[in-house]
Ligand binder design. Structure first.
Ligand SMILES: [Zn+2]
Length: 417
């Protein structure tokens, strides 16, 4: 376990915060500090074909050690951290044999990680936790994933008695700003399927995520002196308000769970002459997803009709753009890749927690780019903030899962695709 702790800490002390406002890849140059370290490490532990491309994508190979043909599989994680909270000067704290009580993250500022608020902590009584010092995020998302993949590869190199096929590893920049998969070279990666090690709690296994779209609706108006406005003024803010009121009241993030989709207003700005409403639309079901997008356009259309005579042209313009799709569609024809991960967990005594993701992962994009890619737990909790923590035992279990999947893949007769 010390090996895991040391490796994890060597990654989190490197600041790799990504930046959505930067047009380059990686979005921040400092991400390369870690990317280059990973290249060095993959070489040191004995992987082959270790490469880093001009965009910072790192790949490496653990060659097969069997004579028969085994499908090439991959493991993927991202090395950037979320811009939601600072990742500079991360000073991790190690809590050994956690007693189930409050953890003081920062004494001066009275920042406490408490199981009375974060109940998940109680799952890890007696274990070793790595936390922040209350001033930064930790970066377990997804440096836990990096740690697990590298450690598992190192273990397999050192234990040639464990038989496996060819394994590819891939580390990406900019996942947190939604661009991690964008220029991932799926062909060069050359795996039949892969797993992102980017989930949270131990046992998580995910192959369903939202279908996602973003909508921007512009409302126009007519400004007239309010004293003389009767029958003349059109206040675009009131129309925007009317639009929002016509969205189904209960279909919002804070009222929905599991497979329930939603409309979520994420931006609202306005003056009398022009207002803009931005929203995101999410649904696991492809048909319901389409209906939601239609609904937005229909409400806009109705408003246009209502103002057609008075305004003379369309008073509102709605733009709906797809963002990503449910990977289930791509994974389902190859369900054995989920079964394999589930079997690996069961053999290791881990209870698989299979549930739909209420969001997206790099894996959903990769699945549509030709690399079916379910998501497996990396072990951390409370991502993107100062309360982030990871139990070392969960990271160890994730390492075991990777090793087991490698082993099972070499033993299984897969259906021809
Ligand atoms: Zn992540």
């Amino acid at each position: 376990m010390q090996n895991i702790i040391d490796r994890f800490i060597s990654y989190v002390i490197i600041d790799t915060e990504s930046d959505a406002n930067s047009p380059t890849t990686p979005s921040t140059k400092k991400q390369l500090d870690l990317a280059n370290l990973l290249v060095k490490e993959l070489n040191t532990i004995g992987l082959t074909e270790v490469t880093i491309d001009e965009n910072g994508y790192v790949m490496g190979t653990l060659p097969s050690n069997v004579d028969h043909e085994v499908p090439t599989i991959g493991f993927v994680s991202h090395y950037d951290t979320s811009p939601d909270f600072t990742g500079k000067n991360v000073k991790p704290q190690i809590i050994e044999n956690y007693d189930g009580g409050d953890i003081v993250l920062n004494k001066e500022q009275n920042i406490i990680l408490s199981p009375s608020y974060f109940k998940d902590l109680l799952l890890y009584k007696g274990q070793t936790l790595i936390t922040t010092n209350g001033l930064t995020l930790l970066g377990a998302d997804d440096k836990a994933g990096l740690t697990e993949i590298v450690t598992a590869m190192e273990y397999l190199v050192q234990h040639p008695e464990i038989k496996h096929g060819k394994i590819r590893v891939g580390f990406t920049p900019d996942e947190e700003i939604g661009r991690g998969a964008d220029i991932f070279d799926v062909e060069k990666f050359g795996a039949k399927w892969a797993y992102t090690m980017d989930g949270s709690q131990i046992g998580e296994l995910e192959y369903e995520n939202f279908n996602a779209a973003g909508a921007k609706i512009k409302f126009k108006g007519k400004s007239v002196h309010p004293g003389y406005a009767k029958g003349k003024m059109i206040n675009s803010m009131l129309i925007a308000n009317d639009f929002i009121n016509q969205l189904p009241k209960n279909e919002i993030p804070q009222e929905t769970v599991d497979y329930e989709g939603f409309y979520h207003v994420v931006g609202l700005s306005g003056s009398i002459e022009e207002s803009v409403v931005e929203l995101i639309i999410r649904d696991h079901d492809a048909n319901l997803f389409q209906e939601r997008k239609n609904k937005v356009l229909e409400i806009a259309e109705e408003i246009n009709k209502k103002f057609a005579q008075q305004f003379g042209e369309d008073i509102c313009i709605a733009e709906v753009k797809d963002q990503y799709y449910n990977m289930r569609e791509k994974v389902e024809p190859m369900m054995f890749i989920v079964d394999l991960a589930e079997e690996a967990m069961k053999q290791l005594g881990i209870i698989p927690l299979i549930k739909p993701i209420r969001g997206g992962t790099d894996g959903s994009r990769l699945s549509y780019m030709g690399l079916p890619c379910p998501n497996i737990f990396a072990g951390g909790h409370n991502f993107h903030g100062k309360y982030e923590y990871v139990p070392v035992e969960s990271m160890q279990k994730a390492v075991d899962v990777i090793v087991k999947i490698a082993e099972l893949t070499a033993k299984t007769d897969f259906p021809e695709k």
